[in-house]
Design a binder for this molecule. Structure first.
Ligand code: HAM
Length: 431
């Protein structure tokens, strides 16, 4: 029989790499809690309509990348419900916000999430079909301050602090305003008009986008189309005064707290719900990501809650591609050695096995990390296993059991010491 493997685009995360994942997540929790965020966990699958309405039918995600199936119905005659593995978490968070009437408190909601997302994209380094996001949303009724440019700047400043703390210091923030929900249709109409005479010259992908979602033409990476793309109208020229002023205030607040940024007038992003501020954090070439260099993306939205049947709830949010963040850290830090345990206990005969386990229990209760061998092992095998796993080996034979004096071998110092059992825990705690 053939060997079964993880599905294309999915992967297993194993130790010691998972220690890095845990460190990143612990840092996110610590930093986000300093900014008043609480954790939300929404289901991994939702009704398909949530994403069709929330993310947008014409987006790449909804039109071709979702894992959707018809759930079995209870009665055979009924057709099943269409369900989808979440391709992103913003729609789910807003659904939960509406469902649990979080608006009723009148307070701004600050929610973060960590979890897997699913998109059927062409897998490559930094792009997977199951990938992880660390994200957050800040939303609430307008009177909670959810529309304030201060919130945009706060979220961006927090992201800079998070990346610095986790150890990515060479990030670059690109920012743009895509205008209000009334600016955008005017801009899209102008784009369509400008694209009409030239779209025949573009790649088939861009020809299709020019029809279905002209904004997507702007962030096309196709080098042959760049000349045309560069001449297209810019969103900045279509912003109304309120959107312009909002953007000016976001940038001023970023300046005030020394968050460096670059305004990129072409940054539109691939989801339909964005209004006003949109942003991406990237890392330069050579940071381990190749072309998939967007570490994270996000922006402001207004109208998403109403689209899902809820009250007006403007907000802003982001999602960090955790897989990409880890790749960047690995490229910077190199291979991380597996951390060594405090001690390896080597029983010298099967008769000592149970007593050695009791000793391990004692030491673990004292907070030490301990592995235990087996009385069946030959001495050489015990030494090899101990050297691989732990900083020290505790030899536990008949004599040691009787006398209560244990022999501890320290691998890095190359020393052997006799230690009374009562002192063993504190001896092993010394570095
Ligand atoms: P997004 O730009 O689609 O935005 O994804 C955010 C980040 O997730 C990307 O910048 C990237 O790092 C990572 N990512 C996306 N697709 C993949 C993939 N196939 N493999 C690995 N990493 C990937 C959103 O998802 C929005 N919900 C963000 C947001 C929250 N906007 C407002 N609130």
């Amino acid at each position: 029989m053939g060997i079964l493997k993880a599905v294309r685009g999915t992967r297993d995360l194993l130790p010691p790499e998972t220690a890095l994942w845990n460190r990143v997540e612990a840092t996110a929790r610590a930093v986000f809690s300093r900014y008043g965020f609480g954790e939300i966990r929404t289901p991994v699958f939702e009704v398909t309509e949530l994403f069709a309405r929330g993310v947008g039918e014409e987006t790449d995600i909804v039109s071709k990348e979702m894992y959707t199936w018809e759930d079995r119905s209870r009665a055979d005659s009924e057709s099943g419900q269409s369900l989808t593995l979440r391709p992103e978490n913003t729609a789910g968070v807003v659904r939960a916000y509406i469902e649990h009437k979080l608006a009723d408190s009148g307070m701004l909601q600050k929610l973060f999430y960590i979890g897997p997302q699913f998109r059927r994209e062409r897998p490559q380094r930094g792009r997977y079909r199951q990938f992880w996001q660390i994200g957050a949303e800040v939303l609430g009724p307008a009177w909670s301050g959810s529309e304030s440019p201060l919130r945009d700047a706060e979220v961006l400043e927090m992201l800079g602090a998070f990346l610095n703390e986790v150890g990515v210091s060479n990030w670059r923030l690109e920012i743009n305003s895509v205008g209000s929900s009334t600016d955008r249709p005017r801009y899209i109409a102008a784009l369509r008009e400008a694209l009409a005479p030239v779209k025949g010259l573009m790649s088939p992908d861009n020809q299709r986008r020019a029809e279905t979602n002209p904004l997507r033409v702007l962030d096309s990476k196709d080098p042959f189309d760049q000349e045309i793309v560069d001449k297209l109208p810019k969103i900045a020229d279509f912003l109304d005064d309120a959107s312009k002023e909002h953007f000016v205030q976001v940038l001023a607040a970023l300046d005030a707290c020394n968050v460096p940024y670059t305004v990129n007038p072409r940054l539109v992003r691939g989801l339909d719900y964005y209004t006003r501020t949109t942003f991406e954090f990237t890392v330069p070439d050579g940071s381990g990501l190749g072309t998939q260099n967007a570490l994270l993306g996000g922006g402001r939205y207004d109208g998403l809650s109403e689209m899902l049947g809820g009250p007006k709830a403007p907000g802003i949010g982001f999602a960090v591609g955790e897989d990409r963040l880890i790749l960047t850290l690995q490229a910077q830090e190199g291979e991380v050695a597996e951390p060594k345990l405090d001690a390896f206990i080597a029983p010298m005969g099967v008769a000592q096995n149970a007593l050695a386990l009791v000793l391990a229990q004692e030491l673990r209760r004292a907070g030490l990390s301990v592995e235990i061998g087996d009385g069946n092992f030959r001495l050489k095998k015990s030494f090899e296993a101990a050297d691989k796993l732990a900083r020290r080996m505790v030899i536990f034979g008949e004599d040691e059991a009787a006398s209560g004096i244990l022999t501890v071998k320290d691998f890095s110092a190359g020393e052997q010491t006799k230690v009374p059992r009562g002192d063993l825990a504190s001896f092993l705690k010394k570095r």
